[in-house]
Design a protein around this ligand. Structure first.
Ligand SMILES: NC(=O)c1ccc[n+]([C@@H]2O[C@H](COP(=O)([O-])OP(=O)(O)OC[C@H]3O[C@@H](n4cnc5c(N)ncnc54)[C@H](O)[C@@H]3O)[C@@H](O)[C@H]2O)c1
Ligand SMILES: [Zn+2]
Length: 388
């Protein structure tokens, strides 16, 4: 018998609506109804809803409003259980027991692959609920209702979810595009200043590597953003979400099979800082430091000018970010900077080769395969003297 070889190849297309609205659960607002019924199936659509505890605390009438919304559209929608509150913030991302509990709940409610799982919350809750949803029956329909700036301009529109595992940030997770993304700006009003500011760094990230004009706008708006100018923030969120969507749609590698992770500019040190700090430093704030560090490195290499580097730091600082944390200079027993382990994790994730995205001027990017430890150390020293 000779060997037989088949080459299997097919393409699966994905599509999902991303809506920006207000009063999402006002019965007169059709955004949720239209998204839930977008495949024009004639049956009633069963759903379960999970609400971030931080959201539940500040929007105490929300579970009731959701129930009223479902009753008002009872011909098309059905709540399989009352809305359920889950802990918000990074803690939920290391709680695999909770994933088991949620899965058990899905089973008891006899959810099927056509059921909707609605996640209302910050990026951490979207990640954790998204993870459970992707696993049960190999994937139910996830409706994301992001409620932080970072969740609306980045996490919500993306195609992945993740849990933390061991000391690894986002170590387990899946690529699973959502069924719909429904952003309600009204949720942002109750964010703490820390979480209001947090998502601004992701906008700087994507502007620096893709959109010079947007970068200019961010620098001009920075102080207003910090002062909670809602109009400026809405503009930022729309443009940042649009750039993320464009990247995912046009990069040719939405599920990151290749070697580079361009949307992760500034993230190799950010992920490490988050875990070194025991998640005291939130994702957005760690990303701001990561951007400052890699921009300093890029300026020293001549990839961006000193003036561009200065405006990146000033823009981030004006937005309210601290660009220094003492953890940056913490050294392991042998004397090595601990932060450099972040490069190793990136390398492992990418399949053994290092590819780190850096800006080349403002608005474009390229990948480098080597990041020099000495130059990172000098950049850390420079950040310390300028921003500590
Ligand atoms: N999957 C992805 O593509 C992706 C991309 C970027 C970031 N992330 C992940 O997102 C997470 C960060 O998300 P985040 O910045 O939204 O932080 P978060 O989810 O940790 O939320 C921050 C805090 O805000 C509270 N909160 C949420 N909405 C609120 C509201 N409307 N009013 C008051 N409080 C509210 C939460 O309870 C929490 O305490 C990180 O875990 C990060 O790894 C994932
Ligand atoms: Zn990020």
């Amino acid at each position: 018998m000779t060997d037989t070889f088949y080459h299997q190849s097919f393409v699966v297309s994905f599509d999902y609506p991303v809506v920006f609205t207000r009063d999402l659960f006002d019965p007169a607002n059709r955004a949720f109804l239209d998204a839930a019924t977008r495949l024009q199936e004639s049956r009633r659509h069963r759903a379960v809803v999970f609400i971030d505890s931080g959201v539940a605390q500040h929007h105490s009438g929300l579970p009731r409003r959701i129930e009223t919304y479902f009753s008002a559209h009872a011909g098309a929608l059905e709540l399989a259980a009352p809305p359920c509150v889950v802990p918000g913030g990074e803690a939920v991302k290391k709680d695999l027991k909770r994933i088991e509990e949620i899965t058990r709940q899905f089973l008891e409610l006899r959810l099927c692959r056509h059921s909707l799982v609605v996640a209302v919350g910050g990026g951490a809750v979207l990640d954790a609920i998204g993870f459970a949803t992707a696993l049960f029956h190999r994937g139910l329909r996830l409706v994301r209702v992001p409620t932080t700036v970072l969740a609306q301009n980045d996490v919500g529109v993306g195609v992945k979810n993740a849990m933390n595992f061991g000391d690894g940030k986002n170590l387990i997770g899946t690529f699973s595009p959502p069924f719909a993304v429904l952003n309600d700006f009204g949720f942002l009003r109750t964010l703490s200043d820390r979480d209001w500011i947090g998502g601004i760094s992701e906008a700087f990230k994507v502007a620096i590597i893709r959109d010079a004009e947007f970068f200019g706008e961010l620098c001009r708006d920075a102080k207003n953003l910090r002062a909670r100018d809602a109009d400026a923030m809405e503009r930022l969120i729309r443009q940042c979400a649009k750039l993320h969507l464009e990247h995912i749609r046009t990069s040719g590698d939405p599920f990151e099979y290749g070697r580079a992770r361009p949307l992760d500019f500034g993230h190799w040190s950010a992920h490490k800082l988050e875990s070194m700090s025991g998640y005291r430093i939130g994702h957005g704030h760690a990303v701001a430091i990561g951007i400052a560090l890699d921009s300093c490195y890029a300026a020293r290499k001549g990839w961006i000018t000193e003036k561009e580097f200065a405006s990146i730091c000033q823009g981030l600082a004006d937005s309210g970010f601290s660009l220094w944390d003492p953890l940056l200079e913490r050294r392991a027993k042998g004397g090595k900077l601990e932060i450099l382990d972040g490069l190793k994790s990136f390398q492992e994730h990418l399949g053994g080769e290092l590819y780190i995205t850096f800006p080349k001027g403002i608005g474009s990017k390229f990948e480098v395969q080597e990041v020099g430890a000495d130059l990172v150390a000098q950049s850390i020293g420079q950040l310390k003297s300028a921003w500590s």
